[in-house]
Write a protein that binds this ligand. Structure first.
Ligand SMILES: Nc1ncnc2c1ncn2[C@@H]1O[C@H](COP(=O)(O)OP(=O)(O)OP(=O)(O)O)[C@@H](O)[C@H]1O
Length: 298
């Protein structure tokens, strides 16, 4: 279990994160989501024990990470900007990592090198960006981590490799009960992969909950009214993101359909239909973006 309690981080006078608290149970694939600069990498680096939190504490299985070498050998952070030895090949990196990570699996290393069809003796710096990403992921999984932290790991991979990576993550998690945390700004990528989502916004945790809980709390509805005052009626019940859809409206609402029908009884809606929200819709719903008149920029 990863436990983050009241954690904050500053860089000089700049506050990157404030008072972040949540827990990630073992066997979960957690999506860490936020806009550019939200603090995802900073939080992952604190979980990995690379940065020391300035306030609060992060423990893994009850043990503070930053000070604990033993835990660091059981976790791996696949960084957005992966580390390779200068002139290093996959084989030399394997030798290097196998000395540090006690669970290193030469079999997994070999199987993944074959799977991704990379030359283990070629210089990694000569690989394309996507191939370097694959090389980093091969090394990450071959360390057989109990905790795997992945920073934007889908970036630079083509569609087929992204799907293969998802299958590898599932299989690895299923077999080893690993706790995987993956940061991303692409919610579509995380749909169907993560069962737990933490969203960071304005340096703070917006929420952290299971995807099932998230979906239960918010629903997207379609509705049509017999009169023209539909928008006002929806605003009156605190519906959000109200948009016109043909003769009706689409909106989100934090409640069940039964309750909604009751609240709108006096408006005699022609019909109401509900549908689950995608992760991307939930994220946008949560973020409530500032509105700019882009046309005035030019
Ligand atoms: N080493 C550092 N020194 C100074 N400021 C930093 C450092 N690392 C991160 N920051 C700042 O902290 C904030 C959070 O950065 P971070 O890289 O964690 O965001 P992120 O959510 O991973 O962004 P992105 O999605 O763009 O990768 C940013 O404003 C960034 O400029």
């Amino acid at each position: 279990m990863i436990s983050i309690e009241g954690v904050g981080k500053t860089f000089g006078r700049f506050t990157a994160l404030e008072d972040i608290t949540f827990e990630i149970a073992d066997g979960r694939i957690c999506g860490l989501v936020g806009y550019n600069g939200a603090g995802k990498t900073t939080l992952l680096k604190m979980i990995a024990g690379i940065y020391r939190p300035e306030s609060g504490r992060i423990t893994i299985d009850g043990i503070p990470v930053y000070e604990n070498e033993g835990i660091k050998r059981r976790l791996f952070m696949a960084q957005d900007d992966p580390f390779f030895l200068p002139q290093g090949s996959l084989r030399s990196m394997a030798l290097f990592f196998s000395g540090f990570y006690p669970n290193w699996s030469q079999k997994t290393f070999k199987d993944l090198v074959d799977f991704f069809e990379l030359d283990p003796d070629a210089r990694i710096s000569g690989f394309s960006k996507g191939m370097q990403r694959q090389a980093a992921l091969i090394l990450a999984f071959a360390t057989m981590p109990k905790y795997l932290l992945m920073d934007e790991s889908f970036d630079g991979l083509d569609l087929s490799k992204r799907n293969q990576l998802k299958s590898i993550m599932f299989e690895y998690m299923k077999k080893h009960g690993t706790n995987i945390v993956i940061s991303s700004h692409n919610l579509r990528e995380l749909e169907g992969l993560c069962d737990f989502i933490a969203i960071i916004r304005d340096k703070r945790l917006s929420f952290a909950e299971t995807v099932d809980e998230m979906r239960k709390r918010r629903t997207k509805y379609r509705i049509a009214f017999p009169r023209n005052d539909g928008a006002e009626r929806l605003e009156a019940i605190a519906a959000r993101n109200i948009t016109r859809d043909g003769d009706g409206f689409i909106f989100t609402w934090d409640g069940g359909e039964g309750e909604l029908r009751k609240m709108l009884e006096s408006s005699s809606p022609l019909w109401i239909a509900s549908e689950p929200m995608t992760l991307e819709e939930i994220f946008l719903d949560e973020m409530e973006d500032k509105e700019y008149d882009i046309a005035t920029f030019f």
